[in-house]
Design a protein around this ligand. Sequence first.
Ligand code: MRU
Length: 360
Amino acid sequence: MEAFKPDVDLIADNAIVWQDGRLFLIDQRALPQKEEYVGLDTPHLVAEAIRQMIVRGAPAIGITAAYGVVLAAQLRHKTSPGDWRKRVKEDMKLLEESRPTAVNLAWALSRMGRLVDELGEGDPVPALLAEARRIHAEDREANETMGRLGAALIDGPTDVLTHCNAGALATGGFGTALGVVRAAFAKGKIGRVYADETRPWMQGARLTAWELQQDTIPVTLLADSAAAWRMAQGGIGWVIVGADRIAANGDVANKIGTYSVAVAARHHGVKVMVAAPTSTIDMDMATGLDIPIEEREPEELRAFAGAPVAAPDVEVWNPVFDITPAALVDAIVTERGVVTQPDAGKIAKLMSGQTPADSG
Ligand code: MRU
């Protein structure tokens, strides 16, 4: 992977850029110390970029994988014109296996896969690129809608707390949880955002704080272990987070630590809002217990920023997502409407296209 500079400003809203037949990603491992893009031109490099978390966040990895299919078609149609479709399908499997928890990845790939099946024998790239661009643009539009709907739930001014990064970097632009923050801040409903640092990858410290500072939204960084104590001081009206997968009963898989934050929020009378597009809802998962939870390398906990912090051979458990039961969630905000006190019936209604009773 080489460092390149596409012809756009390096801002969170331009985390994923397609230009001149190549995919550019802001390297989210390097932020905020280094602001740089990497350029990718094969599906293998795209799968590796997702695995290594150069790009992360559920909608962002779905969009990235969709562009990965375009790169696959570009390559395979040239090198194996006779069986490009079969080769592209193999590349798609590789992309799908890059991370297990966020369903947006499989969702975007299945949308691209349907088009791969339907296309005729001509050059597949223009149609696939148009579909990837649509997935990208629709995600941004969904975030703007969620921003409006989520902001309407907040009786401000209040402070809010967020966990991980569900901002423009994690999406096609604007952000899910941070989209709600952006929209509510613009309406004077949010005074300050408390950002949990989010061990072990520090998405809150490195990415959320950086994004909010770019937007000049007041932000205070917290150690994860300070979140409950901060809520106990008062003044926090809402916890606002994103999601990697939402089960049919409203249980929410999100970054490890979200569950602890939701438990603490309920104890302190703080409401919990989950902002996620419907592409994050997986009706095949009856409850959160069915959702595969990614476990990553022990080294992520044995060391910090490359320096050892634990005995080199200590046993480690490193699940990077957890499940927040629907009962701890006050509102799920999607682009199709808001579901308050989510349950299986309300989620089914939302997904079947009926506007939920309480949509904003
Ligand atoms: O491991 P990550 O950084 O990909 O985890 C990201 C999260 O958990 C986000 O909260 C979630 O994907 C929502 S992003 C809009």
